[in-house]
Ligand binder design. Structure first.
Ligand code: GLU
Ligand code: MG
Length: 442
């Protein structure tokens, strides 16, 4: 062995693993690792269909269509390979997202990432629409004690050095962090990243949450993204920004001559999301405590409507920055505010794109754009409600033939079995216990 070989053998790169990852109905990142040195274009690892039946509470539920037989392969998407380094006390993490395929390489009927990828392809091929997206995550430092003043410098400083390190780690991993801020809720923070193509945006969302856990733990703290940490407390949302562009990058949502400066095309897209909003709830707000958050005065989602710069809207037309003559045309886009950490980001974004696409296919007219404050006792009393709890959400999903047609019957049966099991277990607890259960998991 030459000196050179010795150097290579001793270098940490040779000991490194790559974690091949998927994310399931429970929105927990799962997978298996192999030596990075052996990882190449032909690499794939085995996976089990029944794993899809592991719910938030961490067990495979009864009554799912996937059993002890059957095999899948995790097929890595090499473009998603990311290296997360610089977390104190942790080796670097190489992670790559995989599509779940049958052993012959054909797509698996229930792969959540394929669900998003096919929606992206259909929108591009059928409508020439290229999606840009970004996820914003709110979470609470549940290990923090003492005073918290909303948005304050002291709250920002209390999260140090974890906060600064988090931003640096995300930056070095190429995840393009944009804003790191102390939020309104008690010891609540928010991290945002730059928009990118839809699949990468959802991949990033998964990496962001797992990196937050890791960085906070490395500093002896505990982060939780659970929708509500304590009953009556401020909610943690996962807000999804969506832009519609053509192949040249022009903003297809922009039309200054129309209400909300929203183009007819974007109006139809929004109409699909608003029309199917109640049926989508089981999937974008899939936890028992999700429904504590989706209520008026929480700045989350009071009702199912399209709002102009309104933080209680399910779908919000975001403001534009027009200072110093900046052009609003490329900026106008939507923010979907209903989602939370229980939703798999690939499914969440895939749902929104499919609902929007349904609006386009049917040429739906732009829905009412709510301007100004919400008046639920007056002018806005008739706005559609979202389901009030997970059970109602599951019934509403079942009754919507359009939404259910997007999924394989086996996926839907698995989803329903998981959520019914979860609802039955969690609802018997006090609200405080329900919140505590999800705070542990998420
Ligand atoms: N915390 C709110 C939520 O549950 C969002 C607040 C905000 O507008 O950032 O969605
Ligand atoms: Mg926020």
């Amino acid at each position: 062995m030459t000196d050179n070989d010795m150097t290579t053998t001793d270098s940490t790169a040779d000991d490194e693993l790559v974690f091949i990852a998927t994310t399931d109905i429970a929105a927990r990142t799962k997978g298996r690792a192999m030596p990075l040195a052996d990882f190449d274009e032909r690499s794939s690892l085995g996976w089990v269909p029944a794993n899809l039946g592991i719910g938030s509470l961490g067990h495979i539920v009864e009554g799912i269509p996937y059993g002890s037989t059957g095999d899948l392969r995790m097929l890595p998407d090499h473009s998603s390979l990311t290296r997360i380094d610089g977390i104190p006390g942790r080796p670097p993490l190489n992670i790559v997202f995989a599509d779940l395929v049958n052993p012959d390489g054909t797509p698996w009927e229930s792969c959540p990432r394929t669900f998003l990828r096919t929606a992206v392809t259909e929108l591009r091929e059928e409508f020439g629409i290229h999606i840009g997206a970004a996820f914003e995550h709110e979470f609470v430092d549940v290990s923090a004690t003492g005073d918290h003043h909303p948005f304050s410098l002291q709250a920002f400083r209390q999260a140090e050095p974890a906060g600064s390190r988090l931003v640096t780690v995300l930056q070095n991993a190429g995840l393009e962090p944009e804003n790191w801020l102390p939020e309104y809720g008690r010891h609540q923070y928010e991290i945002t990243v730059a928009p990118t193509d839809a699949v990468t945006a959802a991949d990033r969302a998964i990496l962001v949450r797992d990196t937050v856990y890791d960085v906070f733990r490395a500093f002896g703290r505990e982060a939780s993204f659970a929708p509500v940490i304590t009953p009556g407390g401020t909610g943690n949302g996962v807000h999804t920004h969506i832009g519609l562009r053509d192949a040249e990058g022009n903003n297809l949502a922009w039309d200054p001559s129309r209400p909300g400066r929203l183009s007819e095309l974007a109006g139809s897209f929004a109409a699909g999301i608003v029309r199917h909003g109640p049926a989508l709830a089981a999937l974008f707000a899939p936890l028992v405590t999700s429904y504590l958050r989706l209520a008026p005065h929480n700045w989350s989602t009071a009702r199912c409507f399209l709002g102009l710069q309104n933080r209680e809207a399910l779908l919000r037309i975001c403001p534009t920055n027009e200072m110093d003559g900046r052009d609003p045309a490329p900026q106008l886009h939507f923010e979907f505010r209903g989602g939370d950490i229980g939703a798999n980001p690939w499914i969440l974004l895939g749902l929104l794109l499919r609902a929007g696409m349904q609006g386009l296919r049917e040429g739906l007219p732009t829905p009412e754009i709510v301007v100004g404050e919400l008046d639920l006792d007056g002018a806005h009393a008739g706005l559609p409600q979202l389901p009030r709890n997970l059970e109602e959400a599951l019934e509403t999903l079942k009754a919507d033939e359009v939404v259910t047609s997007w999924f394989s019957p086996a996926f839907l049966a698995t989803f329903e079995a998981i959520k019914r099991d979860e609802y039955a277990t969690v609802r018997t607890r006090s609200l405080a216990e329900q919140c505590a259960m999800y705070t542990e998991v998420y």
